[in-house]
Design a protein around this ligand. Sequence first.
Ligand SMILES: Nc1nc2c(c(=O)[nH]1)N[C@H]1C(S)=C(S)[C@@H](COP(=O)(O)OP(=O)(O)OC[C@H]3O[C@@H](n4cnc5c(N)ncnc54)[C@H](O)[C@@H]3O)O[C@H]1N2
Ligand code: MOO
Length: 404
Amino acid sequence: MADALLPVEDAISRITQDVLPTPPETVPLGMALNRILAEPLAARRTQPPFDVSAMDGYAVRAADVATVPAHLTLIGSAPAGHAFEGLVGPNQTVRIFTGAPVPEGADAVLLQEDAVVDPDGRIRATEAVRLQQHIRAKGLDFVEGQVLLPTGTRLGMRQLSLAAALNHGDIPVRSRPRVAIIATGDELVPPGSALGPNQIVASNSFGIAALVETLGGTVIDLGIVSDDRAKLADAIDRATASGADILVTLGGASVGEHDFVREVLMDRGMDLDFWKIAMRPGKPLMFGRLGPMRVLGLPGNPVSSLVCALLFLKPLMQRLLGLPLLDETEFAELGAPVRENDKRQDYVRASLVDLPDGRHIATPLPRQDSSMLSTFAQALCLIVRPPFAAAEAEGAPCRIIRLP
Ligand SMILES: Nc1nc2c(c(=O)[nH]1)N[C@H]1C(S)=C(S)[C@@H](COP(=O)(O)OP(=O)(O)OC[C@H]3O[C@@H](n4cnc5c(N)ncnc54)[C@H](O)[C@@H]3O)O[C@H]1N2
Ligand code: MOO
């Protein structure tokens, strides 16, 4: 019987439908790197809170220094953090430093380099000033109550500094989605092992875990499980007990006698949504629900599992984080001709050159075997070739997904 293969876009919408965001939690600002805001953050203060000097120099009345030389009487000093409480009167000046409040009466700052202290102690301006010169007006950056970080913002270096400046010490963020990972296969051993004959190193879970953590999730690593139904059932039960939002299984997804991941999951109560999709690599992808846990069964071939994680696990996690799903494909030009495609949407590992004229040239790498991590690590993008796409010449437009 011919396989009924689900289109990739349908698979993504089935995986991401009806996903509720994880509950919010509050974390200290210093722990909020890469987390997603669960509520908007508004300014709790106005910045700057008063007119401040942007330079080291002298607070003056601009009208007094409209022409030079101008002679001013020094009546005090205002370092940052200390206001000069008096009034700057006509032909008076106050020594001022960057960040200090501009004293009442002053409406400009004369740059220190444009001032000379005369022998009689008076200040002589050698350059005229403009009204408001070198003054940062109160509220220049933001005013109290202004929302600057909307819900759904990912907190990176700039956003964290802004949150701090808004005077937030604790931040409401989405709880990290919890992703349990089970690698399956008698042949698998952890990296760094002394390999016996017929053994291979389990590599996929490291890439999947990196993606989960980069997106802001927590990994529950349930290790390597041999091709044994009872052991697999036990690992699945541990995933359920862990309260994982998502279970990712690696391998055992195909049609061989040892590929029973789907059967054991269904024995444990999984409601299968689909198995097998029209894509290359990654045809045996499986998706279902086991109680509240979403289950993604990824193929064992390393490139297949990582490409499937980018295409399906990532949007699922984005939904759990309350984020919108964006089309991440971009236009590029083929750097070499390609053959016509069959019924599976192809994700072709390719090099990518961004030219100064704004064009992007994506060239398929010579070997596309889904076991080859060396080419996958070298690739900079995936060229997306829809099912039954015609053969294309070098220079033809194509869609690409940049690889992280
Ligand atoms: N008769 C058919 N055979 C296969 C089909 C098919 O449609 N009919 N599909 C092929 C495709 S496409 C893929 S993809 C693979 C996927 O199969 P499985 O998910 O069952 O994967 P395994 O057989 O368990 O492993 C495949 C390959 O990958 C290695 N592997 C597994 N897990 C890991 C890991 N965690 N880290 C690194 N490498 C791993 C494993 O040793 C195998 O070499 O099926 C095709 N067959
Ligand atoms: O889909 Mo398999 O992933 O072609 O190797």
